[in-house]
Design a protein around this ligand. Sequence first.
Ligand code: TRP
Length: 338
Amino acid sequence: MVDRPVVFSGMQPTGVLHLGNLLGALRPWVLEQHQFQNFFCIVDLHALSQPHDPQELADKTRQVAALYIASGIDPEVSTLLVQSHLHEHTDLAWILGCVTPVGWLERMTQFKDKAHRQDAERIGTGLFTYPVLMAADILLYRTNFVPVGEDQRQHLELTRNIAVRFNRLFGATFVIPEPRIGRMGAGGRVMALDDPETKMSKSAEGETGRIALLDPPARIRSKLMRAKTDSGSAVDVAHAGAGVANLLDIYRGLTSCTPEQLASEFDGDGYGKLKGKIADAVISTLTPIQERYRELMADPTHIDAILAKGATRAREVAGATMAEVRQRVGLLPTAPLG
Ligand code: TRP
């Protein structure tokens, strides 16, 4: 048990969790949770890197925890933690920041994109050092695999570079983590319903492009009915355009059916019929998740207790890594507690 490889991943408690998060992240995490030693983190400190509403952040942190559990993450099997509950994350981020060349951070495309949209006098330094904190998250747990979306590839590469550099400067300390990009499960990437060329987004203003995990059935159906399709009129699975292909991918992600089964199920259907069937499948997947979510949210102290237990378990690993890191870089040991 002890030597199962370590998986670490995280999500920011911002925006609206949607079908793409379920099929591309939560579901694959759940399916493989018994094969690994898992740490699933809610990265609330990362959420501070953009302007935010404090009450909303607090509420969302609990909500995301409840959605993790409602989606099948078993807190007895996987460690569920809130990033800010362990000071080790920020402690390590400072130390790693001191060995990360500024030039490496300046090359991060996500920073450039986000910074580009804002006035330089208003962008917080945290947005710039965001990837260093992410590296700390991962390296603290001696992580072997990091399941993330394609958009995080560059951050993972940076994490590896930081680990290699630290190991070279101070001696072998960190495990070099490997990304697992979209490989964990079918339906890895869900596109926006209203624009199937772009990813379904947590933060897009308009909500017609996404199916939120908490959308009521009638809304799920109406969003799917309005989803963009191809110019033809009947489904041809082998030659589907982006819109229809996305709906078919969603169905595959929900049911794990084969391409042959897809063709026999949908070929020749009109688009209205296709959308109706997809809506049925989405609703029957989300209904039990929503019920479980409501039960959990009815008792916030229970959620907080699960998170406190997760923090205690996480601290065993993170604390040991930090003791070693401190010694490697020449910080005196902290006095033992109590
Ligand atoms: N940056 C990630 C995202 O936006 C979230 C994240 C923070 C993360 N720390 C992490 C993901 C560590 C994986 C591992 O998706």
